[in-house]
Design a protein around this ligand. Structure first.
Ligand code: ZN
Length: 139
């Protein structure tokens, strides 16, 4: 088994910015030379999240609205009371989606659905430069 790691960065512009990172992940997979195995995509940071989505304008509105319904920004958060950094809701949202995703790799291709992209969701309040770690394991 071979293990390769490729790291890239993504600049987000605002809170709840959702970026399609499928092209960068696919490029990392091609570069690795590994054709069968697992691809792990991870964002370091407790206000970043990785998931999959059909990357189209409707859902780019629906996901932030759903997160606001589930975890409203205006509630009292103990994290904010303690640290005064105004992002208690960001941490809670990120914890529920999670910081990583694993995709099976078969015949040199990510086995994603036709309308399924890998996305970074930045839950933090200010714009951020996010590091994305891609770990490719296989042969
Ligand atoms: Zn915080």
């Amino acid at each position: 088994m071979t293990v390769k790691e490729i790291v890239f960065t993504v600049q987000t512009a605002h809170e709840l910015d959702i970026k399609d990172i499928t092209p960068q992940v696919s490029q990392a997979v091609s570069k690795s030379g590994i054709r069968d195995g697992m691809v792990l995509v991870f964002v370091p940071g407790s206000t970043g999240a990785i998931t999959t989505l059909e990357y189209e304008p409707g859902l780019l509105e629906d996901i932030p609205r759903a997160l606001e319904r589930l975890f409203p920004k205006g509630l009292r958060y103990e994290h904010h009371e303690r640290w005064q950094d105004g992002n208690g809701h960001s941490h809670v949202r990120a914890a529920f989606i999670g910081p990583s995703l694993t995709v099976p790799l078969s015949n040199g291709r990510l086995t994603l659905g036709t309308w399924q992209q890998i996305v970074l969701c930045d839950m933090d309040v200010p714009a951020r430069e996010r590091k994305i770690i891609v770990k490719i394991m296989g042969e």
